[in-house]
Write a protein that binds this ligand. Structure first.
Ligand SMILES: Cc1cc2nc3c(=O)[nH]c(=O)nc-3n(C[C@H](O)[C@H](O)[C@H](O)COP(=O)(O)O)c2cc1C
Length: 222
């Protein structure tokens, strides 16, 4: 069994209560501006910004620190085209055959359909993969724990980082997503978690008029 090694916590920075209140209000107001965008500009985005966002995602807490994620960053036009074609095929079946009526009703206020032009227009697609087990150099399987929880947290941090960077994103979950393993040549121990579309919004981008639950509805203090 590996023995733990400890070092002093030097990264924590305490702030005064006033600063605390001020900082979190500034962050809150900034985060409340975030919207999922479905019309993207093809304006280029520096690759290093995407790398910084992914470094933030990769710093997320994870079950037993096993970091059960892999991010594939796609900017290649032909790969984006293949992804759009495969996603639109699945989404056509979803919207026209597979989706139960209640699901379509829940989606109706968003105005989404099977057409996904943003998968080619946006400068970057980030395919997030959940890794169910790792492999040691001699090929032994090592199980990962709390995979969905960990990848969900990392993805949330990625979405926040993209927003703080001054870009917009769309969380896309074409169903099913097995085609991403095939197109991106990912191994069997990984399952596509979602596809994050990242870039600048189109100049004429619009977002659906939807609202968030109030604090009262989502919090219970005990
Ligand atoms: C797990 C998950 C899957 C989603 N899948 C899709 C999707 O496939 N297509 C889409 O247009 N939006 C998708 N969305 C975006 C949601 O519709 C959006 O977050 C929601 O309507 C709230 O809007 P907001 O992000 O602007 O607050 C998804 C969001 C999440 C968290």
């Amino acid at each position: 069994m590996t023995r733990p090694v400890f070092r002093p916590l030097t990264t924590y920075r305490e702030v005064s209560v006033d600063e605390m209140k001020c900082q979190i209000r500034v962050f809150r107001d900034d985060m409340l501006r975030r919207r999922t965008v479905r019309q993207f500009s093809c304006r280029p985005v520096p690759r290093e910004v995407i790398e910084d966002c992914l470094q933030i995602a990769g710093s997320a807490p994870s079950g037993a620190n096993l970091q059960p994620w892999h991010f594939v960053v796609i900017s290649d036009l032909e790969v984006k085209r293949q992804i759009r074609e495969a996603a639109e095929k699945e989404e056509y079946l979803f919207y026209h055959e597979r989706a139960p009526k209640e699901w379509l009703e829940a989606l109706a206020p968003l105005g989404t359909d099977e057409l996904k032009p943003y998968l080619e227009a946006a400068p970057y697609l980030i395919a997030v993969f959940a890794r169910y087990y790792g492999l040691t150099p001699n090929g032994r399987k090592v199980k990962n724990y709390y995979v969905m929880e960990s990848v969900g947290i990392a993805t949330g941090m990625l979405i926040s980082a993209v927003h703080v960077a001054g870009l917009v994103s769309l969380t896309h979950t074409p169903s099913p997503m097995g085609f991403l393993n095939r197109i991106l040549d990912r191994p069997a121990q990984e399952k596509a978690f979602l596809l994050l579309v990242v870039g600048y919004p189109a100049e004429d981008a619009v977002v659906p008029e939807i609202s968030k639950k109030s604090l009262k509805e989502i919090i219970t203090f005990v």
